[in-house]
Design a protein around this ligand. Structure first.
Ligand code: SF4
Ligand code: SF4
Length: 401
């Protein structure tokens, strides 16, 4: 089957739903333990999805004696990867549970995360620069995130080693805009430029970039429902103002978040949800409509990290396998995650780093090799934690002009 014809997931990951997430529904069977990256990296049962549902009962006044504060803190330690929902026979969704708990018990972490996302345009480039110039900069609660931002310095980008040699004309007569997401907007603009070049090569009319906000996905995980809704409404309006073109996203987490808009009450007009979803397929499907040649200097071995979110992992890997041949490695495991985890970087950076280390140990890259992925958060996290001599990037970076 051609990659472009592969079926896509019709739904966003772990949308959950309150009824499905009721802690009382959990039968404590432990099937979710096998897939939880946090449990795999730490061996701590109290951080597992099963424990989260158990602790939620405690918070509701049942089960064992434990203070509410401790229970909320423990239960809220979650990467939001959504793997547990897929493994649970009842589809119980820990991220949705955690999001509800955080919304009801908001603390400093939520406020810091909201500022981090809402002020990204000013905060990220400034802090990335300052932290390089002033190594001992007092970064307050953001220390865990700064190592990631430092790793996203412009000089850290990969040198392209694939060149498009032919495109088909699937975009002829179609209008598109790229939704860049926070990371590409503020520190990795070349990802957006690469996506727009591919679209143009395929014959799309690429419209000027609307003033999109964050997709809101991580705000929802942090329990910041109002802030998430406000960003969703802003993005919907920006898309309307652009004339409702096909919306393209090359970040698996953004795409997951954006697809989730269609099932929420955002004041949609008739027919708009279908138009919104039309372009939100894995971007690799479009990139696979071009053919590529490998340039001199390509790494001997390239690893692929499958993002937890979105439906793009399979398509990304297939694109790279076709284009890169034998140098491409796509080993994976059901409980692997980069460990980025959004607000977890603020509350427990040591847990986030432990998950990243386990993930990188699994790939075992050697100096000179590359790790590619299709999610902005995964790039930040893996680039910040990669061993010396190993470069990490979004797969769009390796596609030159
Ligand atoms: S798999 Fe589902 S029912 Fe079983 S312990 Fe995990 S959350 Fe509970
Ligand atoms: S979302 Fe991921 S990290 Fe959180 S409990 Fe589920 S499997 Fe574990």
């Amino acid at each position: 089957m051609n990659i472009a014809d592969k079926p896509q997931s019709p739904r966003c990951d772990h949308k959950g739903g309150k009824a499905a997430c009721r802690a009382q529904s959990c039968v404590l069977c432990g099937k979710c333990l096998e897939v939880c990256p946090l449990f795999a990296a730490t061996g701590r049962e109290e951080l597992s999805p099963r424990a989260k549902f158990f602790l939620a009962r405690t918070i509701e006044g049942q089960e064992v004696e434990i203070s509410e504060k401790v229970a909320v803190e423990l239960a809220a330690k979650c990467l939001g990867c959504g793997k547990c929902e897929k493994a649970c026979p009842f589809g119980l969704c820990a991220p949705e549970l955690v999001s509800g708990l955080k919304a009801a018990h908001q603390g400093l972490e939520a406020k810091l995360w909201q500022t981090w996302v809402e002020k990204a345009g000013v905060l990220w480039p400034m802090m990335a620069t300052l932290s390089r110039l002033v190594p001992r900069l007092n970064t307050g609660g953001y220390a865990g995130l700064l190592s990631g931002l430092k790793a996203m310095a412009p000089g850290a980008r990969l040198t392209p080693w694939l060149r498009p040699v032919a495109y088909d004309a699937c975009g002829t007569g179609r209008k598109a805009v790229v939704f860049p997401g926070c990371v590409a907007s503020h520190v990795q603009d070349h990802w957006t430029a690469s996506a727009e070049r591919i679209l143009t090569g395929l014959g799309f009319t690429v419209l000027p970039r609307p003033d999109f906000a964050c997709c809101g996905c991580t705000l929802g995980h942090a329990g910041l429902k109002d802030a998430q809704l406000s960003m969703q409404r802003k993005n919907l309006q920006a898309w309307r103002d652009a004339g409702r073109p096909e919306l393209m996203s090359f970040c698996a987490t953004c795409r997951c978040g954006l697809r989730g808009y269609a099932s929420r009450d955002l004041g949609w007009q008739p027919g708009e949800q279908d138009l919104w979803l039309q372009g939100l397929a894995p971007f690799a499907i479009l990139a696979a409509r071009a053919s590529y040649e490998i340039l001199p200097g390509a790494p001997e071995r390239v690893h692929y990290h499958t993002p937890c979110h979105g439906a793009g992992g399979g398509h990304d890997a297939e694109l790279l396998r076709t284009a890169a041949g034998d140098r491409f490695q796509a080993r994976t495991h059901k409980n692997l995650c980069c460990g980025f985890g959004g607000a977890l970087k603020l509350s427990a950076p040591e847990l986030s780093d432990a998950v990243a280390k386990r993930c990188l140990d699994f790939y075992g890259p050697k100096p000179g090799e590359q790790i590619l992925t299709g999610c902005s958060g995964c790039v930040i996290q893996l680039r910040a934690n990669a061993p010396a001599g190993v470069s990490v990037g979004h797969w769009l970076e390796i596609i030159g002009e």
